[in-house]
Design a protein around this ligand. Sequence first.
Ligand code: C5P
Length: 221
Amino acid sequence: IGKSLLTGRQVVVTAGPTREKIDGVRFISNYSSGKMGFALACAAARRGAEVVLVSGPVALPTPDRVERIDVESAEEMEEAVTRFHQSCDLFIGAAAVADYRPETFRAGKIKKNNETMDIRLVRNPDILAGFAAQKTPGQLAVGFALETEGNEAYALEKLQAKQLDMIAFNTYDGKSSGFEVDTNQITLFTADGTRTELPVMEKKEAAKRMLDALEKMLEKK
Ligand code: C5P
């Protein structure tokens, strides 16, 4: 384990999708694989950080020296994360949290009795914004913005709206960047106005580059 500014610091990472139950056998979710969040957790642990990985349902092994908490829904993820609000030094929201969940849960299996069916959805809590809104000056909040339109302006809006210290703007092309694949193309924006465009690279490498940038920010804290 290498010595770094992250050594001994608590790093909380959310990863993977969330599942929002419709009934006892069905749910709403997305294609997030969890790879980016797991790569970040692994890289932070290798630098000696005390890592808590709060993960939705994914098919990935737990990285060495990482404490993993498995959750299913956004509300469960929020509950798990809240426990570390005070203690964590760095919070990285890499999970693809479902924006909405079914308003009601019906036990058992809904029957197909009609030609159409409506499911009313309600907004989920914003886990990352919830952390950022209460963080102290010594804590860092980092998020991702995955945009199919490739518009950086959305990432900058989120950086401000969620009061983040850094946002990783992530293009989604379905081939070399985004869900399920092993590579990513990200551009890092910081609250103090820097823009760093990284080339397409392995998510593991992208994770290290993000941590390098975050260590520089911790240095200034
Ligand atoms: O607003 P949007 O979903 O694009 O923001 C993405 C960022 O916010 C990601 O870092 C994601 O993990 C986080 N997020 C969250 N809780 C939500 C929605 C997004 O933590 N309900």
